[in-house]
Design a protein around this ligand. Structure first.
Ligand code: SF4
Length: 508
C-alpha cells in the first residue's frame, strides 16, 4: 500500500511487530492563537522525531465548543502527519454525521475514532442542546455500510443510488476502569457490540489501575478479539489531577492515593514534573508487557522535550516489571476475573420485571396467548382515524403511568429491563451506557442519579458477568414515528424490531 499521511497510523497499528504511539491534541475555542501555534509546533517536532505515528484530535471535549477536528486534521495532513479524528455524536444528527464523513473522505482524513461524546455543556448564550441522534454502535454501522454497500432506498433523494465505497479506518473506545460490576460488564458488552458493528481498533479510557489495564487485554484474549487495542496513558498536572479526583471529568477516576503522591511530588524543585513523566513511562512499559498494541498518550502542558524524555524512559524500562510501582486502584473496585462469582445462582429478578416481561410476551411475542387477538385488533384500529387516536391516547396513558413513557414511537422497553431510556437516560442511549458514569452515577447528574443502565442491569436478567456477549445493536429511531403509537408501529412493521428482522434476513 502506498503510504500517505492518512494511513501511516493504520499501517502501524495493524502491524503486530510495531508498538504504536499516538498523541492527543486538544484544540481550543477559536480558529487561531497561541494555543494552536503551540500545537502545530509540537506536531512539527514530533514529525521529525518519527516515534509518534498519529495525532488524534478531540471533538469539542468536555462538551465545550472548540475548533473542529477536521480543520486541524487538514493542517496536520498538509504537514505530512497522520491525523486521527475524534468523531462524537453529542452535537450531530445522523445527516450531519454522514455529511461530515463525506467531508473527511474528500480530504483523505480516513482515521476516525467513534465516540458518543460528553454531554454538551457551555455554549453561546447558554447550554447547548444535546443531540445523540445516533450512538457509537449505530455510527459504526453507518461507517461499515459506507465501506461495503450503501444503497439509497427507492423513494428517497438520490434513490437506488449506490454510494461509492469509503474505506474508513474506524475505532472505538472502552473503559476497563469502572468500579462497579454493572458498569464494567456493560462496558465489555458494548465493546463486543461495537466490534460487531465494525470497529477496527480500540482505545481504552485513561486510568491508573494497572490490574484493570491487564483485565482488558485478558478479556480481549478470552473473547478472541483480534483487533489492536491501545492503552490511553495520560499525564495530568497536579491541577488537573485534583479536578479528576473530584470526578469532574466524565468517566475518569483518579484515586486519592495517586493525588496524595502527586501533592508530595509537587514540593520538589521541578514541581513534580520528572516524577509524573517517569510514572507515565513506567505505565507505558507495563502496558506494553501485557500485550497492548500501542499507547494513546495525552497530558496537560506537555512539551515535545517532555514527551521525548518520557518515551526514552519507557524504552529503558522494557525489560523490567514496573506495574506495581504505578498501580493506583480505587478502593473496592470490581474486577472481572476476581469478583465475578462464576457459580452464583440465577439472580432473583424483581417482581416488577417479571410481571412486565410476562405481559409483554403475551401481547407482543408471536407465541403469546394474546398476540393473535391484540395484533388483529391493533391492525383494525389502524384503519379508523378516531379509533387510532383513542388507541394511541390509551397507550400513552398506560405507559406514562408505568414507565414515564415519552411516546418516541419505537419502544425499546423490553431491551432495557422495562425501564424507558427516553425518559431515564439524558443521552437517550438504547444500546447500553456511555462511558461517562462514575461509581454508578450518571455523567450528567454525578452523585445524584444512578446511571440508567446500572439500574437496568440490576433489574433484568442480562447482561451477566458470567456470560458477557455482544448484543444486536438497535438501529437508530426513525423520527417520523415520534409521538405515534409504538404498539401500532410494531404490529405494522415500522419499528426497530422489523428493521432488525429485515437485516437478519439479508445477512442470511
Ligand atoms: S444515564 Fe448512564 S448512559 Fe445515560 S448519560 Fe447517564 S451515564 Fe450515560
Amino acid at each position: 500500500m502506498h503510504q500517505t499521511a492518512s494511513n501511516v497510523f493504520r499501517e502501524s497499528i495493524t502491524n503486530s511487530r510495531e508498538f504504536t504511539v499516538t498523541y492527543e491534541l486538544v484544540p481550543g475555542r477559536g480558529s487561531g492563537g497561541k494555543r494552536l501555534e503551540n500545537i502545530l509546533q509540537l506536531a512539527d517536532l514530533a514529525k521529525n522525531d518519527g516515534r509518534i505515528k498519529a495525532f488524534s484530535i478531540t471533538d469539542n471535549p468536555g462538551g465545550h465548543p472548540a475548533l473542529s477536528p477536521t480543520s486541524l486534521g487538514l493542517d496536520l495532513q498538509t504537514m505530512g502527519i497522520s491525523p486521527l479524528l475524534h468523531f462524537s455524536l453529542k452535537d450531530k444528527n445522523r445527516n450531519m454525521a454522514e455529511s461530515q464523513l463525506f467531508e473527511s473522505h474528500r480530504h483523505d482524513l480516513m482515521n476516525i475514532l467513534v465516540l458518543g461524546g460528553d454531554y454538551p455543556r457551555h455554549g453561546f448564550q447558554g447550554q447547548a442542546m444535546p443531540v445523540f441522534d445516533l450512538d457509537s454502535t449505530q455510527l459504526l454501522t453507518l461507517i461499515s455500510r459506507l465501506r461495503h454497500d450503501f444503497t439509497v432506498k427507492k423513494g428517497r433523494p438520490g434513490q437506488a443510488m449506490a454510494l461509492p465505497t469509503i474505506d474508513f479506518f474506524a475505532g472505538c473506545v472502552v473503559s476497563p476502569f469502572k468500579t462497579r460490576e454493572s458498569e464494567q460488564v456493560w462496558q465489555y458488552v458494548k465493546l463486543l457490540t461495537k466490534i460487531q458493528c465494525g470497529a477496527q481498533f480500540v482505545i481504552s479510557q485513561l486510568g491508573f489501575d494497572m490490574l484493570k489495564y491487564e483485565e482488558l487485554i485478558r478479556f480481549a484474549s478470552d473473547q478472541k478479539l483480534f483487533i489492536p487495542i491501545m492503552a490511553n496513558i495520560f499525564v495530568p498536572t497536579l491541577a488537573v489531577a485534583r479536578i479528576m479526583n473530584q470526578g469532574r471529568v466524565p468517566g475518569v477516576i483518579l484515586p486519592n492515593a495517586l493525588l496524595q503522591q502527586m501533592e508530595r511530588e509537587a514540593k520538589s524543585s521541578d514541581k513534580g514534573e520528572e516524577a509524573r513523566l517517569l510514572r507515565a513511562a513506567k505505565m507505558i512499559a507495563a502496558v506494553r508487557k501485557v500485550g497492548y498494541a500501542g499507547i494513546h498518550l495525552g497530558g496537560n502542558k506537555l512539551t515535545f522535550e517532555s514527551i521525548s524524555f518520557l518515551l526514552d524512559q519507557a524504552e529503558s524500562f522494557t525489560d523490567t516489571d514496573q506495574a506495581e510501582e504505578v498501580h493506583f486502584p480505587e478502593p473496592s473496585t470490581w474486577y472481572l476475573y476476581n469478583n465475578c462469582a462464576k457459580k452464583q445462582k440465577q439472580r432473583n429478578l424483581p417482581i416488577r420485571y417479571r410481571a412486565n416481561n410476562f405481559i409483554h410476551k403475551q401481547l407482543f411475542a408471536e407465541k403469546g396467548m394474546l398476540f393473535p387477538l391484540f395484533s388483529n385488533f391493533s391492525l383494525r384500529v389502524q384503519t379508523n382515524k378516531y379509533a387510532k387516536k383513542l388507541y394511541t391516547f390509551a397507550e400513552h396513558l398506560i405507559k406514562k403511568f408505568l414507565f414515564h413513557c415519552r411516546m418516541c414511537g419505537d419502544c425499546t422497553l423490553a431491551e432495557s429491563s422495562y425501564l424507558c431510556p427516553q425518559s431515564g437516560c439524558p443521552k437517550r442511549m438504547v444500546n447500553g451506557p456511555c462511558g461517562g458514569s462514575i461509581d454508578g452515577y450518571c455523567e450528567v447528574y454525578p452523585k445524584e442519579k444512578i446511571c440508567f443502565w446500572v439500574r437496568s442491569y440490576h433489574r433484568g436478567p442480562e447482561p451477566d458477568c458470567r456470560k458477557i456477549h455482544k448484543l444486536k445493536s438497535i438501529p437508530p429511531k426513525d423520527w417520523s414515528l415520534n409521538q405515534t403509537s409504538s404498539w401500532l408501529n410494531y404490529f405494522s412493521g415500522k419499528d426497530h424490531v422489523r428493521l432488525q428482522i429485515k437485516e437478519k434476513q439479508s445477512d442470511d
